[in-house]
Design a protein around this ligand. Structure first.
Ligand code: SAH
Length: 218
């Protein structure tokens, strides 16, 4: 299988055809070898129009969702971005093509380790990964020009708002454990946050202090 061809087709049919237009996002999606972020048995399916399992009951997001969330940050290049939920590291790699540094937090050690290895293998050098509960953000490195959360939260965790620059953007799925609305919150001033809904989505739960509990309940 020619992965470069599969990737070009993915960008045409799933990204461009659905209205993603930001040139930096399109270029990044053309470049990053998505198959490397899943186990080898799934490489042939990795450019399909769907999420895929990555172990530990977690998933790599659908290509379109990665493109949409990245575009929603309205990046120009040079930003410092916080990502919550490293997972496979694919969204991390897309961001790393565009911005100057990505700070990514993951709570499951095996996933953080594997993402680190793949990102090193493909030459992503501007990524810091931290193993911890990302619902409290990453205070030592704040503020961030953008924060992208790739797991569904019952609410907007207050630390994310505090850790945004003025003009900074937060992209986060908010709602129930099984389905959410993807929201964008823009910080226009110190206390001035404006929120809009982008689309309905389904993410795995954000688990931690300001997210969901590990079990079934809240
Ligand atoms: N962007 C990733 C999405 C992975 S799924 C990708 O496309 O591969 C969401 C990830 O969020 C999972 O790896 C899960 O372990 C992680 N996660 C859930 N709650 C978290 C928390 N509180 N802090 C950090 N990571 C969290």
């Amino acid at each position: 299988m020619d992965y470069a061809i599969a990737r070009r087709r993915m960008v045409e049919k799933q990204v461009l055809a659905r209205g993603i237009h930001a040139p930096l996002v399109i270029e990044a999606m053309k470049r990053v070898p998505r198959h490397r972020f899943v186990e080898e048995a799934l490489w042939a399916q990795s450019y399909g129009d769907h999420p895929l399992p990555i172990g530990e009951k977690q998933t790599i997001s659908q290509p379109y969702m990665v493109a949409l969330m990245t575009q929603a940050l309205e990046l120009k290049g040079g930003e410092r971005i916080l990502e919550i939920g490293t997972g496979s590291g694919y969204q991390t790699a897309i961001l790393a093509q565009i911005v100057s540094r990505v700070y990514s937090v993951e709570r499951i050690p095996a996933l953080a380790r594997r993402a680190r290895r793949v990102l090193d293998d493909i030459g992503c050098r501007n990524v810091n990964i931290k193993l911890s509960d990302g619902t409290i953000g990453w205070e030592n490195e704040a503020p961030f020009d953008g924060i992208v959360v790739t797991a569904g939260s019952p609410q907007v965790p207050p630390h994310y708002l505090e850790q945004l620059t003025i003009g900074g953007r937060l992209i986060i799925p908010v709602g129930g454990r099984g389905s959410q609305v993807l929201k964008r919150v823009i910080r226009h001033g110190r206390e001035d946050f404006r929120e809009e809904n982008l689309l309905d989505c389904r993410f795995v739960p954000l688990i931690g202090k300001d997210g969901w509990s590990e079990g079934e309940g809240r």
